[in-house]
Design a binder for this molecule. Structure first.
Ligand code: SAM
Length: 240
């Protein structure tokens, strides 16, 4: 049984999924900000590697990683996203419905070389059990690569007065069809890092990304803003 906020998160992504999938190729924040900076944290060659794409969305990351020779398994909380990931990657990869706040009991210990989790961890209030599971399913020295909303950006964007608390926040997304209310959880920088370092990882790379040049022509206003202040944070954590 999903809690009330989680039901709202699923409903939002179910509403947006088809349009999200249509736009994912060139949507500036995804294509020219998140993806290039997050992909840069993956091993130089992923050929032959086993990669878990946690919260895979419509499978764009999976498509790129499959084209580079990786074996990709992806899951998502939104049934439509899972279906779109399968359609984008027919007969390649494996995609299924799963909530990453629940144990990854379908996977043995040390199953994956890399766990990727792009732009999704802010949808759960407590990262600890999820990060522990990511650690368990990774091979020794395996990489967990995540991108998240930058805690300093969120603190300002949500006009928070409680930096140290994990806060439930909402905002309205207008970029994927009709406006949709999106629920998530903002937290401090400490609360982004401590679940990693306290559950079997060390931080190998922490990147406050800048948009790549292609962003500018599509959205000059945000290109300028993101060159002055980061909206995302990309982290590579390595299993100790
Ligand atoms: C911003 S999208 C990112 C999708 C994909 N990682 C990408 O970057 O293209 C966030 C995704 O997280 C998924 N999601 C949200 N909460 C989740 C949860 N508890 N378990 C698994 N997936 C979740 C949503 O359904 C959505 O597809």
């Amino acid at each position: 049984m999903l809690d009330f906020i989680k039901q709202k998160i699923v409903a939002a992504y179910e509403t947006m999924a088809v349009r999200y999938n249509e736009l994912i190729e060139h949507k500036p924040h995804n294509a020219y900000y998140d993806r290039p900076n997050t992909l840069a944290l993956l091993p130089e060659s992923v050929n032959g590697m086993s990669i878990l794409d946690a919260a895979c969305g419509p499978g764009k990351y999976a498509e790129i990683l499959l084209s580079r020779g990786a074996n990709v398994t992806g899951f998502d909380l939104s049934p439509t996203m899972v279906q779109l990931a399968k359609e984008r990657n027919p007969e390649r990869g494996q995609f299924f419905l799963h909530d990453f706040s629940q144990p990854l009991e379908m996977f043995d210990n040390e199953s994956f070389d890399v766990v990727l989790c792009a732009l999704a961890l802010h949808y759960i209030p407590n990262w600890e059990p999820t990060i522990r599971e990511f650690c368990r399913v990774l091979k020794p020295n395996g990489h967990l690569v995540i991108s998240i909303e930058h805690p300093f950006f969120e603190y300002t964007y949500f006009n928070s007065q409680k930096y140290f608390e994990v806060e439930h926040v909402t905002c309205t997304w207008k970029g994927f069809g009709r406006p949709v209310e999106v629920n998530s959880y903002r937290r401090s920088l400490h609360d982004c890092i401590a679940p990693l370092t306290g559950n079997g990882f060390y931080i190998d790379q922490l990147v406050e990304p800048k948009p790549v040049p292609e962003f500018e022509a599509l959205d000059p206003k945000h290109f300028k803003e993101l060159n002055n202040f980061p909206a995302f944070l990309c982290i590579r954590a390595v299993k100790r």
